[in-house]
Design a binder for this molecule. Structure first.
Ligand code: IPT
Length: 958
């Protein structure tokens, strides 16, 4: 029997022992490498020391060892389960101690060296781990190499003398919890495992070690200066620039600069005696000047997102194609910046950012948020015993990623409070790399940072900051501002993006922001569709707060992303009715408009009557021009008309094909005229019914039962919506959370009292009072029906009664249709839109099925409204709104939607429920930020709105 393994390292402050110093990471060189990804043997035990280390020292495993895929997380491969907490530590806070129950995964892999692998006598070899959560101990061929923490950081071990030609036994013991867990309290799933690549690298004699590519750009001279500092001396060549110089020497030559908009890379090579390393050089300079973040001499505006690594099956073990998909989706949605929240990403992601062009805030793997539960007492970032671990993390990030032109800002971490450990990190980083700026949001006084950064600040506060009226410490007042997180994209939303963007575009100091966050971290689940916090029986969890992305887990864009794309368009296209011109503004920071082709189309009721190309001057960044539109086509029929102007890619790019629309705008050309309806028909009493034109009503209740041959169920006023995550708001919000207030008031259980059914000369009038039990608030509601024989007009008048202190969720009517599938409408579309999420909604003629109208938010909630609908057709009805309305149709009721916790709870019934809303309350971002701005509140005020119903042939038959 072997002696128990010493597991003291697990709970030690130290970052580890035995690993090599960190160094630059590059994807490949001419030295051999061997990927050790693939199938490994695996054994899970319940504590750190349940099993001795004989599996590692003797390379033994029993037949009952499972198989596991590396890279991967064992909890996503059938061993144990994931845990989601936002900031709470899922174990008692007693640093650096962790629970005895500490799931520990022993991993074993036996490998041979490939036949073409060099003679082992030549040079050495290095074993590299790109990411292991949270603490690993490593043995090769029975020799203990050491142990490490720092889950999303690389660790290398020298293994040359230990290697054999065949039968190498690599053993890795991974502990879910370690002292390092106290530094990794990011808002995400806790997912142990070897989740990034494992690689064996041959290191020939004279191989490159660490090197630092310094490639700056002088925007006044249009020259680049290159110097490559290398631990191992060698030569640097850049054929395209005719550069051939020694390491450590510098040269200045005319170059095209690198920027996120123009990601110009030059292929080069570092050659040392033993290795040739390809370099991808981007010349650019980052500086703080005039109180602004400038790249290549210009202020930049971050149109950013926070990106966690996520895949619904693989968790944080991402393959290259998934990373590329993220980058392409970002580029196609006009996103120009990424904060790698809250850890350095897989290194290949940064290669893609260099190549396709994205500004990167590279954030260190550090968050100690859970200490906020005890007023930050014992916070590791303010305790010298932890400082070596913090510095280790800072250096592993900077050394690994320093040669990426895309990385323009280093971030110390997230939500770690304040303390001298952070200052130590900042000082080390500045000393090592003075060519980039430093970010940390928790440093409100900007003691260590180069920018004032905040999360979720309200529009009003951001505006004050823009105006420089925010006061604050002296140093901060001179610094630029970024919102490192804003617009919390949880569920339906975020609302208010356009209002933030207007501020960013109005004040130089406001250099943009990073939407929280890129993708929902839903886990594919056989019964639930996608699982979120609590679905694995966690004793502590934060529910669906982990589903707050612009993408659904399968990477389908949510309406929030479509809205963001429109809001951050790099070209402004605006105009006023009747001007005959359109104003084009180049909002790029570097690029002119030569990559774009402009076109116009003249649309009457959403039908393009004529279209053509629009000649736009090649505007420099920041310039605008008023461009004349052609005369409206003489052949245009009467009706509401718009000019739609689009800016599309003139040629294929690396990230999208020719004709991809980058920006668009609409200019009204001819106004809408609502067809009048003369109330000529009379209500006719019959056997228990009243008919009025095509309408049939219950004589006693005045309820509409059919329009022509289309049965209509339960048509009445509706004020309730299945509250969104943003309606419900976060528990810590100081502002009133309307979702809760509405429910307390009882708006989800309104009662309809019938006061009168009156048949007049040419109208049927139904008087009601709509109110919840136990409250004095109510809505006096009158339905007035008129008809010209063909059409049936409903005019709804509501007057609030009592002491209304809150806005309404919605105000409109709802009714049931027994059959509806195809939906056609003229109005805003094609996607979902609400008062403060409507920028991307274009006036047009749209169609969809009822099912396609639904937005599949992981936790079901109000969704799918189409805004500014002039008319719609579904279920055999034509509905004309006066004024335009919001349209929603679904195969379940609002009550069912409200009660559902997962998509799979929603099963279609036999009725399609249709809501025609005069208005809805805005969306906002209160699930973690401010609620909707006051102008988007739906105030309880007297209101009147009408719809004209008529029947149309079933769309399936025409
Ligand atoms: C902020 C965190 O930085 C981020 O990781 C995430 O949790 C986000 O909120 C909400 O989804 S912290 C916030 C509580 C101010």
């Amino acid at each position: 029997m072997s002696t128990p393994t010493d597991t003291a390292y697990v709970e030690h402050f130290s970052p580890g022992s035995g690993a090599l110093p960190p160094r630059a990471r590059y994807p490949h060189s001419d030295a051999k490498s061997l990927s050790l990804n693939g199938t490994w043997r695996f054994r899970l035990s319940g504590t750190a020391d349940a099993e001795d280390d004989s599996f590692a020292t003797q390379g033994r495993y029993d037949g009952d060892w499972a198989q596991i895929h590396v890279p991967g997380h064992w909890v996503l491969q059938g061993h144990g389960s994931p845990i989601y907490t936002n900031h709470l530590f899922p174990f008692p806070i007693d640093p650096p101690r962790v629970p005895t129950e500490n799931p520990t995964g022993d991993h074993l892999r036996v490998f041979d060296l490939p036949a073409d692998w060099p003679d082992l006598a030549e040079g050495g070899a290095v074993l590299r781990f790109d990411g292991v959560e949270s603490c690993a101990r490593v043995w090769l061929n029975g020799t203990d190499l050491g142990e490490f923490k720092g889950s999303r950081l690389p660790h290398e071990f020298a293994v040359g003398p230990l290697l054999r030609t065949t039968g190498n036994v690599l053993a890795v013991r991974v502990h879910q919890w370690s002292a390092g867990s106290y530094l990794e309290d990011q808002d995400q799933w806790w997912l142990p495992g070897i989740f990034r690549d494992v690689t064996l690298l041959h290191r020939p004699a004279g191989a490159a070690l660490d090197f630092f590519v310094h490639a700056s750009y002088d925007h006044l001279a249009s020259t680049g200066t290159l110097r490559v500092d290398s631990d191992v001396a060698g030569r640097v060549t850049v054929a395209e620039l005719g550069i051939d110089l020694a390491t450590g020497e510098s040269v200045t030559v005319p170059v095209d600069p690198w920027s996120a908009e123009t990601p110009r890379l030059y292929e080069g090579e570092l050659s040392t005696a033993g290795e040739r390393v390809p370099l991808r050089i981007g010349f650019r300079s980052v500086e703080l000047s005039d109180g602004l973040i400038k790249v290549n001499g210009r202020r930049v505006l971050f149109r950013g997102v926070n990106r966690h690594e996520w895949h619904p099956q693989q968790g944080r073990a991402l393959d290259l194609e998934t990373m590329r998909a993220d980058v392409l989706l970002m580029k196609r949605h006009n996103i120009n910046a990424v904060r790698t929240s809250h850890y350095p990403p897989h290194p290949a992601f940064l290669d893609l950012c260099d190549e396709y062009g994205l500004w990167v805030i590279d954030e260190c793997d550090l968050e100690t948020h859970g200490f906020t539960e005890q007023g930050w007492r014992d916070n590791p970032v303010d305790d010298d015993r932890w400082t070596p671990a913090l510095l280790d993390r800072a250096s592993r990030m900077v050394e690994r990623d320093k040669n990426h032109p895309s990385v323009v800002i280093w971030s110390l971490g997230n939500e770690a409070g304040t303390g001298r450990g952070l200052t130590a990190m900042a000082e080390w980083i500045k000393g090592r790399d003075s060519s980039r700026l430093l970010h940390y949001e928790g440093d409100l006084g900007c003691r260590d940072t180069d920018m004032y950064s905040r999360m979720y600040a309200s529009h009003a506060e951001v505006e004050r900051i823009g105006q420089g009226l925010d006061g604050g410490p002296r140093k901060r007042r001179d610094l630029p501002f970024v919102l490192c997180e804003y617009a919390h994209a949880m569920g339906n939303g975020p609302g208010g993006l356009a209002d933030y963007q207007r501020l960013f575009e109005s004040y130089d100091r406001l250099q943009g922001g990073f939407v929280w966050e890129w993708i929902d971290h839903g886990i594919a689940h056989p019964e639930l569709g996608y699982a979120y916090g609590g679905d694995f029986g966690e004793e502590l969890h934060d529910g669906n707060f982990v589903c707050d992305g612009l993408l659904f887990p399968d990477r389908r864009p949510s309406p929030g992303l479509v809205e963001y794309k429109k809001v951050i368009e790099p070209v402004g296209i605006t105009g006023e009715a009747g001007d005959g011109t359109v104003r084009i503004t180049n909002k790029h920071d570097f690029a002119d408009l030569s990559a774009l082709a402009f076109s116009w189309s003249y649309e009457v009721e959403g039908d393009a009557v004529e279209s053509g190309t629009l000649t736009v001057p090649v505007l420099a960044p920041g310039e605008s021009a008023d461009v004349k539109l052609p005369a409206p086509p003489a052949t245009a029929p009467a009706g509401e008309a718009h000019w739609t102007v689009r800016a599309a890619l003139a040629a294929d790019t690396a990230w999208a094909a020719k004709d991809h629309v980058v920006a668009w705008g609409q200019v009204p050309a001819a106004p809408r005229r609502v067809p009048p309806l003369a109330p000529t028909a009379r209500p006719v009493p019959g056997d228990g019914v009243i008919t009025l034109g095509p309408g049939t009503f219950d004589a006693r209740t005045g309820a509409l039962t059919a329009i022509g041959d289309v049965p209509v169920r339960a048509l009445r006023l509706d004020v309730w919506r299945a509250t969104t995550d943003n309606d419900d708001g976060a528990s810590w919000q100081a502002d009133e959370r309307f979702g809760l207030v509405w429910r307390t008031l009882g708006l989800q259980r309104m009662r309809h009292r019938l006061d009168a059914v009156e048949t007049g000369e040419n109208a049927l009038t139904v008087r009601t009072r709509v109110a919840p039990a136990a409250r004095d608030v109510g809505l006096s509601t009158v339905y007035r029906w008129t008809s010209n024989g063909d059409g049936l007009r409903l005019t709804v008048s509501t007057v609030p009664e009592g002491d209304w202190r809150v806005p309404l969720p919605r105000l409109g009517i709802r009714f049931g249709l027994c059959a509806a599938d195809e939906v056609r409408w003229f109005g805003g579309g094609p996607g979902e839109a609400y008062a403060d999420t409507r920028t991307a909604s274009a006036v047009g003629r749209w169609h969809s099925t009822v099912d396609e109208l639904q937005t599949p938010y992981l936790r079901p909630q109000e969704n799918g409204a189409r805004i500014d609908v002039r008319w719609a057709e579904l279920g055999g009805l034509h509905i004309e709104g006066d004024p335009a309305f919001l349209l929603t149709a679904r195969r379940w009721t609002t009550e069912q939607l409200d009660a559902a916790t997962h998509r799979t709870d929603l099963t279609p019934g036999d009725t399609v429920w249709v809501n025609l809303d005069h208005s809805q309350h805005g969306i906002g971002s209160q699930s973690c930020g401010p609620g909707p701005l006051p102008q988007y509140h739906l105030r309880a005020e007297p209101a009147e709105f009408s719809f004209v119903f008529s029947t149309v042939p079933d769309p399936r038959t025409h």
